[in-house]
Write a protein that binds this ligand. Structure first.
Ligand SMILES: *[C@@H]1O[C@H](CO)[C@@H](O)[C@H](O)[C@H]1NC(C)=O
Ligand SMILES: *[C@@H]1O[C@H](CO)[C@@H](O)[C@H](O)[C@H]1NC(C)=O
Ligand SMILES: *[C@@H]1O[C@H](CO)[C@@H](O)[C@H](O)[C@H]1NC(C)=O
Length: 407
């Protein structure tokens, strides 16, 4: 004991004895308390395990299997530092890729929704395994890029209302969906409305109801505690799209057909700043912005009008380095991946991801061919700087470089 061995300190005999007896007296209650705490801890752990088992049973089979909420554990210790520890998000979550008993149970529940060529139980199991692995590697990639590029001063950044303002809440199935425009968000909102019981099928929800019906709550409308609780316990979902393709899709949607908001608000300042001999009509209506002019606006450090969610990079819209998304889907394969997720959360079996094209249904969907064509109207420097602007989206979500001459 430190007290007994300490030399050179002139402690009187009486005091020493007093201290010694105090130590002896304290020793008993101390070990007693230790034992008590230990057994209480064990008891609490038991309760907790029981609790977990119940959650697993409440969820549909397989739910825990594919996305074990590893991050919930670490956040329980420190619920308010949502992402204070950069190391916390680096650990790749171990996902099981083997076909287990739970997988088989899951398979029995989903007879025909995961479309695959071969059919049969084996084909479906293969599909689940493949889609699970894809999720696993996307999440790992996202976390690695975040860990690598997180600037030192953002170490202690906490999630604030602004960060969660694009996230929609579905309380029945405990989903948080970050809205990325031009990446299937209207159809996702329809699905959320059906899950929430606002409609019995996605087909009956017209476009206006999706965006202006105010049926879905955003995460920033809840209390601080409500936000944290949902971030910790709900499944956080993100769907995105190849950045250049998303940009062209946004441009075509907002500038190539009549639009009473984007033409006056964005078109007018863009034409007046970047078109040297603009006609009076163009200046008055803001119609006819070219893709090159639009990109000039985008790359301008002194933009005459601000950013917009339709072309804002996903890293800004959804804060993936602060909010550890559980499911990262891609527009390129949205039906398959969204249906995989829907079956996984135990959504009603007749709910599948719809394929409505809301905006300009007659215009051809923006493809990679169309994207290439639009970008060929720019010079190399403009393409390079546009790529730089979306570089983090490319890197974090593993989209390959869109043109060979970019670096
Ligand atoms: C990134 O995408 C390529 C194909 O484009 C794929 O081969 C590779 O495995 C992916 N990497 C990760 C980490 O997902
Ligand atoms: C799906 O099933 C529910 C009842 O379980 C029903 O109310 C709904 O209309 C069905 N939707 C479709 C699109 O068939
Ligand atoms: C001026 O506008 C006309 C069409 O209005 C166009 O053909 C011409 O190329 C423009 N000139 C310049 C220098 O932009």
């Amino acid at each position: 004991m430190l007290w007994q061995d300490s030399k050179g300190v002139d402690v009187g005999w009486g005091i020493r004895r007093c201290v010694r007896s105090a130590v002896i007296i304290m020793r008993l209650p101390c070990s007693f308390w230790f034992l008590l705490l230990f057994s209480m801890g064990g008891f609490l752990l038991l309760l907790h395990l029981q609790d977990l088992t119940e959650t697993v049973q409440q969820q549909r089979p397989g739910a825990k299997l594919i996305f074990p909420h590893g991050q919930v554990e670490s956040k329980e210790q420190c619920p308010h530092c949502l992402d204070a520890d950069p190391q916390a998000s680096v650990h790749p979550v171990k996902l099981q890729a083997q076909i287990t008993k739970n997988h088989r149970k899951l398979l029995l529940k989903i007879p025909s929704v995961l479309k695959q060529p071969r059919g049969g139980l084996y084909g479906q199991a293969e599909n689940i395994r493949r889609l699970t692995k894809i999720q696993q590697s996307r999440r790992r990639q996202m976390r690695e890029v975040c860990a690598k590029y997180r600037s030192s001063n953002s170490r202690m950044r906490l999630v604030n209302r602004q960060h969660v303002s694009r996230i929609y809440v579905e309380d029945t199935y405990k989903l948080l969906y970050c809205e990325v425009p031009k990446a299937g968000c209207s159809n996702w909102k329809r699905v959320l409305m059906v899950l929430q019981g606002e409609a019995s099928s996605t087909g009956e929800i017209p476009h206006e109801q999706v965006h202006y019906g105010n049926h879905l709550k955003r995460l920033d409308s809840f209390s601080h505690q409500g936000i944290l609780r949902r971030l910790e316990t709900y499944r956080k979902v993100l769907f995105l799209r190849e950045p250049f393709e998303r940009l062209v899709s946004a441009f075509r949607d907002k500038f190539e057909s009549p639009n009473s908001y984007y033409h006056p608000v964005f078109g007018k300042p863009i034409i007046s700043k970047y078109r040297s001999n603009a006609s009076k009509l163009a200046l008055r209506t803001g119609e006819g912005v070219t893709f090159k002019e639009f990109v000039q606006y985008l790359l301008d450090v002194h933009r005459p009008v601000g950013m917009d969610i339709h072309w804002e990079p996903v890293v800004q819209l959804c804060s993936p380095c602060l909010i550890d998304y559980d499911f990262i889907g891609k527009f390129e394969t949205i039906e398959e991946e969204a249906n995989f997720l829907l079956r996984h959360i135990g959504a009603p079996a007749n709910l599948t991801f719809p394929s409505f094209k809301d905006r300009n249904p007659k215009a051809e969907r923006t493809s990679s061919r169309i994207t290439q064509e639009y970008f060929s109207r720019l010079d190399l420097s403009e393409r390079q700087r546009t790529y730089d602007l979306y570089y983090m989206d490319y890197l974090m979500f593993n989209y390959s470089k869109p043109f060979a001459d970019l670096y």
